[in-house]
Design a protein around this ligand. Sequence first.
Ligand code: FPP
Length: 247
Amino acid sequence: MSGHSDRKLPRHVGIIMDGNGRWAQARGLPRIEGHRVGSESVRDVVRAARQLGLEAITLYAFSSQNWARPVDEVSGLMDLLRDFLQSERSEILDNEIRLKAIGDAEKLPPSVKAPLDELCAASAHHRKMTLTLALSYGGRESIAKAVSTLAADVAAGNVRAADIDADRFGSYLPTADLPPLDLVIRTSGEQRVSNFLLWEIAYAELMFVDIAWPDFRRQQLYRCLENYATRERRFGLTSAQVIDEDV
Ligand code: FPP
């Protein structure tokens, strides 16, 4: 990849991997085949992210709402997740990637939860990149859970209500140990956030690409990063202020 300096490389990229079902249906294939080819995209994109030196990549792999999909599709997705954890185990460990999961892991079947917990624990000390899988995840659910924990801390006298600000609240979210979210990519042309990282997205750059997830590979990631590098991020400041800060 050329034309893009490290300074402009996002620290943390989130991806809404959309369009698997439509990709398969357009080819006369069952939807699960789109998810299977989509898991090949996951492998390629995660490898590329690690090689580029991104600090964190967060993938929306299964939403809180996805449990309502047909039983066959849900169990097929769980099988793909189990296979991914098994086949990528050594690559994750060899490349010093920390695997992390956010979402309601208790709802996952043991065939996914057990290898997930094991690999998260085995890789917890790794520092080269964090790969976060948002699994049984919803942004609203995540915020509601943080409110509940924070309220319990207030009730126990550990936190004063008057001391709650955005930073304090953010420390209760499961993403608190990740760098700020710089870029969110959504594939398949839909322009929605769909309950992904709602709090964290506040100042993220949003990119909607007109290509289904199974066709999104490292070349498409490079293109998104080149686009990101051209964007001016102002965080509420004026353009002149941002330019002054940069020099
Ligand atoms: C959205 O496409 C995608 C999902 C609900 C699942 C994403 C899962 C994978 C890419 C594979 C497994 C994940 C890992 C980490 C190995 P959709 O089915 O909503 O597409 P559609 O809008 O075309 O129906």
